[in-house]
Design a protein around this ligand. Sequence first.
Ligand SMILES: [Cu+2]
Length: 396
Amino acid sequence: MSPRSIPLHFSRMHPWHNTPLTSSSPHPPTPCNPRQLLSPSHALKHTLFHLSMVLTLIATLLLLLSLSPYSEALDAPYTDPKSKNCSAPLLRKEWRALNVSEQTAYISAIRCLTAQPSALRKLLPGSQSRFDDFQGVHILQMENVHLNGRFLPWHRYFTAVWEGALRGSCGYRGSQPYWDWSLDSKEGSTWAESPVFSNTTGFGGNGPYVPCSEQPYESPCVMNGTGGGCITNGPFANLTLHMGPGGRVERNDHCITRDFHPYVQDWFSEQEVNSTLNEKGFESLWRRIEGIFEVRQLGLHGAGHLGVGGTLADVYSSPGDPLFYLHHANLDRLWWEWQQKDPERRYTDVSSPDMQGREAGRVTLNYELNMEKLAKKVIIEDIMKINDGILCYNYV
Ligand SMILES: [Cu+2]
């Protein structure tokens, strides 16, 4: 029975309504006629009828609740099915450490999410798919989770929920891969030739050159890009994005664009990564990674977004480019590496300013991480370790 037919059925049957009943209805036309209640069999029938109505009502409510995207969180990060203490964590690997069938499985799982219907249409009118739902939640949360100390924790949780959705909704059996851009920044390598941009075993490459002046008004366009147009190769060349550019969540069909800025290559050097990891406290680490506080300080985060450019450089709707998740997994890996250098202190260190929102002050472990309806709300404390509590993965 479709959910829509249920209330209709009820309005016909419900004894409190004056709607004429059909002849097939088991309910007598005058249900509370005292003479009829005098008959024991009639009274029993009457009671049973009302009991069945109540049970049907309860069942219907439960059914409607289970169908409603607002009733409960849709996804959760992976947890070890056998033990509560994460004895079998997912192992997240660098993209080029996956074999071709693992790479194909990951890309197929993303394509699967793009084919599944949105569950957040009320919140995100333009959303057409589960893939879009993730992009839309990033759009809605953007201002709460950037430029403040929630940045690393929120993206850690977001990426884990995404990984959980690929597995839970699309039968993916692997883990979230990461893109270690420093490998593409070594002597003799050209960043734009990274295997992640492969047309056959990666995510496709740059878009054709389109000057900023000819790009749509809302698109993020940073001067000196080498592309700017719709990607034309790789598994997502024909993917239609339905929200963005920028913060729009109304439907607005467009393509994934890329606009490589090869000069950011130097920002990914091993030296830059190592000196970032030498920061002493969470606040300086986060500022250094997010890297948007000074014009000349791109940071590893900013460099990844700008280096690929186009959709990925869009502060609101960047998850429209699936490379978002590989980039953020790598940032998460670096935070985790940093934490492990001094676990005692760093598993609880999120001290940093909250420069946005009503709670302006210092970010603490009790700060909420809001995934809208994608996943349950957690607090930062819950995700400080990647292999304990609600998270269960490791980086290799
Ligand atoms: Cu973000």
